[in-house]
Design a protein. Structure first.
Length: 114
């Protein structure tokens, strides 16, 4: 989608610390990290939010989560874990309207969210 920040990162129109890409998903480090490990895993298909994902996206959603888990391990979070977050629409304070999974780790994270 033309005016989507994450689609622009995917195309290279906006620079980002992109460190993983395959046919379906890509990952880059968050520009405003909230933990020592904080990266985003994003489907290449422009799905506006999790609420807009359809049944046909089931395999893609599975791949998104599994990739997030695999990359979290690569970032050293396998032993102590971390948090996988999908903010969704206005109540979830989603600020970029392209489905993405935040992966946070490297420190003890607070709960519940405010
Ligand atoms: P959300 O609020 O869940 O939609 O998260 C969007 C995330 O994208 C925020 O954590 C931002 O810091 C991050 N972000 C926005 N623009 C960029 C960018 N150009 N490069 C990397 N991360 C970004």
């Amino acid at each position: 989608m033309n005016d989507c920040v994450f689609c622009k990162i995917l195309s290279g129109a906006i620079p980002a610390k992109k460190w993983y890409e395959d046919d379906d998903v890509f990952a880059f480090f968050d520009i405003a990290p909230q933990a020592p490990v904080h990266f985003l895993v994003v489907p290449k298909k422009h799905i506006t939010s999790l609420m807009e994902a359809e049944e046909g996206d089931t395999a893609l959603l599975g791949k998104l989560l599994h990739t997030a888990q695999r990359l979290a391990k690569e970032q050293g979070c396998g032993e102590r874990g971390g948090r996988f977050v999908i903010n969704c629409k206005s109540d979830g304070l989603q600020s970029v309207d392209h489905l993405h999974v935040h992966v946070l780790g490297g420190r003890k994270l607070g709960w519940p969210p405010g």
